[in-house]
Design a protein around this ligand. Structure first.
Ligand code: PMV
Length: 317
């Protein structure tokens, strides 16, 4: 019987993506730059079945994002009904990029189980159609999602071993986000007066971010990443109705990161469509950063990750 299991890790964008050029096929309005994490992982199994069934973290669900994705994939490839089981070792839909690891793993498992024979760029293009950020989780280390020869797909720009940064995640809420990314992006594009400035400056940030990664310039990358994050949240806040993803502890945690920076610790922050703060730091700063963030009132717990590999197939035995 055709079946396969894939493992995929979430990624955190340092130059953010927020806005689509076309919702059909999920084409981003701008390029983005990310790091793929280790430790947090989504394990996805697929097998041929009598009818489609999607199970996420032990519960059978109806998930329109996955269902729509399967409709598109079946328009290009002949696939039988599928039983999909996906489980993550971290909170889903809370700004920890579970859709990135979910779609990267799902596509990788389907590709293997049914011999679709895709190369990494093709897998990235298909994963992007499920969720924009998933294109980047096909690759490990530092990845860039950009347009090349008319295709929007990610590529690896620096392997994780070359610059082994650490990421301390401060969890400030385990509740699922109120507005999902697709609806949120549409709202920002339609209503924020800042949308044009956002897409314009993100293109510049992406080029500058790639250059900082190639030079392994931590200070420069940190200032680009913090600025991209704050501009994205300014865009969200200026949407109508406003998209407000932070809570009080998010702000307190950012203040703690800034205080660490003031004391000479090599760390910078980023926040996605949720209230968790991700503090990216040099390897030798991880314990001091984790200890400080754990002491911020409202931080429920911290997770420490390194940089991880791209999506891969779990070989049985
Ligand atoms: O790919 P999506 O639809 O989950 O959107 C990702 C949006 C952000 O995480 C906020 C930014 C990014 O580039 O990952």
């Amino acid at each position: 019987m055709n079946q396969a299991t894939a493992l995929a890790h979430p990624n955190i964008a340092l130059v953010k993506y927020w806005g689509k050029r076309a919702s059909e096929n999920n084409i981003p309005a701008t390029p983005s730059l990310s790091i793929t994490l280790d430790t947090l992982v989504t394990r996805t199994s697929v097998r041929e079945s009598e009818q489609d069934q999607i199970e996420i973290n032990g519960s059978v669900v109806s998930d329109t994002k996955i269902e729509d994705f399967l409709v598109r994939l079946r328009a290009a490839y002949s696939l039988p009904p599928l039983a999909i089981e996906s489980s993550s070792n971290f909170p889903t839909s809370a700004g920890l990029a579970s859709s990135a690891s979910g779609f990267a793993g799902l596509l990788t498992a389907i590709d293997t189980a049914f011999g679709l024979d895709m190369n990494a760029s093709e897998r990235s293009i298909w994963a992007r159609r499920g969720s924009g950020s998933a294109a980047r989780s096909i690759f490990g280390g530092f990845a860039s999602l950009e347009e090349e020869n008319g295709h929007w797909c990610a590529r690896g720009v620096l392997p994780r071993e070359a610059w082994p940064l650490k990421v301390v995640i401060a969890i400030t809420s385990e509740t699922a986000k109120s507005v999902g990314s697709t609806a949120g992006m549409e709202r920002s594009e339609k209503t924020s007066p800042y949308y044009g400035a956002w897409t314009e400056s993100t293109r510049l940030d992406h080029a500058a971010g790639l250059s900082a990664v190639s030079r392994q310039d931590f200070s420069r990358l940190g200032s680009i990443a913090e600025s991209s994050c704050l501009k994205m949240h300014a865009l969200m806040l200026s949407s109508q109705p406003p998209l407000f993803y932070w809570n009080g502890a998010t702000v307190e945690t950012i203040a703690a990161v800034r205080e660490l920076q003031g004391g000479g610790v090599r760390v910078f922050f980023t926040v996605d469509a949720g209230p968790q703060v991700k503090a990216i730091c040099q390897e030798n700063a991880a314990s001091v950063v984790a200890e400080r963030l754990a002491s911020v009132p409202g931080v429920l717990r911290t997770l420490v990750c390194g940089l991880g590999p791209g999506a891969y197939v779990d070989q049985p035995g």
